[in-house]
Design a protein around this ligand. Sequence first.
Ligand code: PLP
Length: 444
Amino acid sequence: MIPILLTIGGSDSSGGAGIQADIKTFASQGAYGTSVITAVTAQNTLGVKDTFKLSPEAVVAQLETLKEDFNIDYVKTGMLCSTEITSIVADQIEDLCVPLVLDPVIEAEAGGTLLDRSAVEVMRKKLIPLARVVTPNIFEAEALSGVKVIDQETAQKAAEKILNFGAQAVIVTGGHLEGTDFLSGDGALFLILGDKVEGGNHGVGCTYSAALATFLARDYPIKEAAFAAKDVATTSISRSYFVGKGASPVNQMGKALEDADRFQVLTEVDRAVNLLMSEPSFGLLVPEVGSNVGMAIEGAKDYLDVAAVQGRLVKSGRKAHQSGCVRFGSSKHVARIILAAMSFDPRERAAMNIRFSRSILDVCEDLNLKLASFNRKHEPSRAKTMSWGTSKAIAEAGFFPEAIWDEGGMGKEPMIRLLGSSPAQVVNRAMIIAEKLGESDGNL
Ligand code: PLP
């Protein structure tokens, strides 16, 4: 059964934070989202221009109507605006008797008050004791606890104070520190390690707490939910929408899109490799070190974002044998080629390496492939050959090549790398080359 979540918070007209962020996050992580709006903000990516509080009756009416119809599994609160609404929401949640993720929203990242200072005391007294988890950032943790949070030690101190107000657990999010979150509660302290991620920041707190509520509603233990929510938040930042003139809204669909992209990439590489294995002359193109086919996800950052064949494709007579299955992180070599190529053209996400010989190069020329090359003699001592060579060949060619070759060096096998936008494209080229070579009966 799909979990039903309820977010109680403010509408963000810019679409990046608030109720809009929560509903997108719930949906992207497999939950059904309902909402109770406490206030309508007139805001864009530059900040909150105006806030229109809803009346207590309007808030209660929304809640009562939802209660009549839905079995709500989890509640998440965000912008509660005023003392009165904070108090009413606390009463309603107590009555509802459903676990709560409390995001103690006080101010917007780009500027603008989202909770009257006088409401903080009500939040401490009435709402925090109802919370399964409270998710402050360092500023919110300070506002709630009075402890200035500057590092792990102070985050822990602040968390302990908030626990003493009656919450079962507290996660002080580390986005304004080094990126690591601090989970305290259930008798333990965990660090949810993370790095500072490049991208937008509008809506990240809402996205994190909505994801956390979703995973808790899906019965994840709190530590696992915290890791999973961090992953959703991190990917939402790295895939932010660069729209508007101010703080870029994070992309709540980022994780779901990345997961879909990963699946697509695995499928494409797998299909292309299967096709290649059916080519009767492909063995003629396999170098001593083996061949591999790879493809990267959109916006790939390292080799873990590139899928290739585990253990490579090895020569087996005139054909080739696939050593393992297609996985992400299987080939640092192919990954370096692709990542370097993508730095010139992000659409060029696929590559494979084949054997170098004069006759193979001749076939490539006969096929009018756009060729570029590099010479290992010029390689700086600490360089990674694939990254350096690929970048050098493309930069010197002045165009994006379909194949890059080099004649090898001391103990280094010469090689040709086929580049393209999909594994099907590069494998197709390799099959044509193999076929042509096979016609001349492997005349090497
Ligand atoms: N607007 C609303 C309605 C919110 O609920 C929030 C945060 O919870 C924000 C704006 C602020 O978003 P941010 O500080 O991430 O930009």
